[in-house]
Ligand binder design. Structure first.
Ligand code: FAD
Ligand code: NAI
Length: 474
């Protein structure tokens, strides 16, 4: 006897659990199946996917602890605080991180109960169609639902011939659980994970080298931001080598030895105690049995969807990392809400042009909209307002005044086209740019909004004024 629901969500990460909750709020009977590779020591399955278990949340917990450690080691003295030489208890740091994960993943279970979402513990794979319903095998049972949302997420891409044991060679999972600060840490891929996890272990005392294939550092970010970041990270001692090609990687009990060709074509070798491989992620579509129902995948193995996350099959949707677009938790959640609302006959909507990006390094990097190089490439005339945090009283008071805020506005209409921030609390400050762009605001609109003093947000205000060449504090 099969179980029947209006909606079955496959995957309980941010895309899936949010879609399930929103669909239940809208009156559907909903089940969410989760294959649960993440279980606590007692074997209890955990919701929350990559984000809560081995991604956003645990990495930010470690970034916070390591930031405090660095402040205590190098920042306090300038403010007259003497704490001697601080030490780090890595096991305690990791334990604290695990506690936060447990609390939050347990919280999603409670939310499922509150919203009457049925949690099915098992791997979901398409079986076929019966009447108007899709049949999905979940573990040993068959589930039937008129609407199916695929939210199976992604997993780390590994280097061919470099097995990840999460001891010597780590992907994102092992990088969050290193038991002792390595003396030398190598990272392949200077993208978001490489920079965040590299920062954690550098702050705690590791000598960190990042090897990046692309010739340009942080090419997704605005060019000014990337240059400032490269300068600041180098000053912190994070060694970033771009334009390399990885050759042989030898792994032993003691560590790794990485041969690579540098950008001048010279053969080089990097020896390290540990290696983090962070070279992007691949969508989880294997094992879904997409071919049994003719679910169309892209060449890159993602589920093919339109702008409303509809697949080629009626009633089958896909959201989050398993579809194209930035692999970000908030993008997955927005898509989950959109799909549930469209299913309920509402005008579900996701504005892909205003999805913010954040890199939680120190200083933080955040942006929304277009970069200077994108605007130049598309031939859009624009004006720039750029203000350093060094001109901001709050930033100086905090002892954290590196970086700047930069606003790009259309030369003709003054509409804001991009906001780029590198500096303290950029992750929070970027929301103002998102709201402004979501409402189609002009730089003049931001310039005329009263910002509290003294706050870091005044830098964004001044950048808006600077678009019209009339900053007041710079
Ligand atoms: P996932 O979170 O991957 O969830 C998919 C779920 O589906 C998993 O639980 C999986 O077990 C389950 N599943 C897979 N196949 C099946 C199946 N056949 N049947 C049943 N269940 C299945 N994003 C941010 O926005 N901010 C950050 O700060 C951030 N930090 C990150 C740090 C790291 C180290 C990493 C790795 C990622 C980070 N991300 C961050 C990205 C973020 O984690 C993902 O974009 C987000 O988790 C995607 O959500 P999702 O629901 O699409 O997929
Ligand atoms: P990434 O795409 O951010 O960076 C991967 C980097 O590895 C790129 O710069 C790429 O050029 C490089 N690379 C690829 N192959 C290589 C090779 N063979 N040798 C050397 N370099 C190589 O991917 P990453 O860091 O693995 O993170 C995956 C995704 O997870 C991110 O794209 C992001 O969507 C998400 N994430 C988001 C975070 C956030 O929002 N703060 C934090 C961490 C991850």
């Amino acid at each position: 006897m099969s179980k029947q629901f209006d909606v079955l969500v496959i995957g309980g990460g941010p895309g899936g659990y949010i879609a399930a909750i929103r669909a239940a709020q809208l009156g559907f009977s909903v089940a969410c199946c989760e294959s649960n590779p993440y279980a606590d020591p007692k074997g209890e399955p955990r919701l929350g996917g990559t984000c809560l278990n081995v991604g956003c949340i645990p990495s930010k917990a470690l970034l916070h602890t390591s930031h405090l450690f660095e402040e205590a080691s190098h920042g306090f003295a300038a403010q007259g605080i003497d704490v001697g030489t601080p030490s780090i208890d890595v096991a305690k740091m990791v334990g604290r991180k695990n506690g936060i994960v447990k609390q939050l993943t347990g919280g999603i279970k409670m939310l499922f109960k509150k919203n009457k979402v049925t949690l099915l513990n098992g791997h979901g794979a398409f079986l076929g169609q019966k009447g108007e319903n899709w049949q999905v095998k979940v573990g040993d049972s068959v589930v039937e639902a008129k609407q199916v949302i695929v939210a199976t997420g992604s997993r780390a891409r590994h280097l061919p011939g470099v097995p990840v044991d999460n001891e010597i060679v780590c992907d994102n999972e092992g990088a969050l659980d290193i038991a002792a600060v390595p003396k030398k840490l190598a990272v392949i891929g200077a993208g978001v994970i490489g920079l965040e996890m590299g920062s954690v272990w550098r702050r705690l005392g590791a000598e960190v080298t990042l090897l990046e294939a692309l010739p340009e550092f942080l090419s997704l970010a605005d060019i000014d931001v990337a240059r400032e970041a490269a300068k600041l990270f180098a000053k912190q001692g994070l060694q970033i080598i771009t334009g390399i090609e990885i050759g042989d990687v030898k792994i032993s009990q003691k560590g790794v030895s990485i041969d690579y060709t540098d950008k001048d074509g010279q053969e080089q070798r990097l020896d390290a105690d540990r290696l983090i491989v962070s070279i992007g992620r691949i969508p989880n579509t294997e094992g879904l049995d997409a071919d049994k129902v003719g679910l169309k995948l892209t060449e890159r193995g993602q589920v093919e969807v339109d702008a409303h996350c509809r697949t080629n099959l009626p009633g089958v949707w896909a959201v989050g990392d398993v579809v194209a677009g930035p692999m970000l938790a908030h993008k997955a959640m927005e898509e989950g809400v959109m799909v549930a609302e469209i299913m309920a006959g509402q005008a579900g909507h996701c504005n892909f042009d205003t999805i913010p990006w954040v890199i939680y390094t120190s200083p933080e990097i955040a942006w929304v909209g277009k970069t200077e190089q994108q605007l130049k490439a598309e031939g859009t005339a624009f004006k720039v307002g750029k203000i350093p945090f060094a001109s901001n009283g709050r930033a100086l008071g905090m002892g954290d005044s590196s970086g700047f805020a930069k606003i790009l506005a259309c030369a003709q209409t003054d509409r804001i086209l991009g906001v780029h921030i590198i500096g303290p609390n950029a992750s929070e400050l970027i929301s103002e740019g998102v709201v402004a762009m979501e409402f189609g605001a002009a730089s003049e609109d931001l310039a005329r909004i009263c910002h509290a003093h003294p706050t870091l947000s005044e830098v964004v205000h001044e950048a808006a004024l600077a678009c019209d060449k009339r900053p007041l504090h710079f």
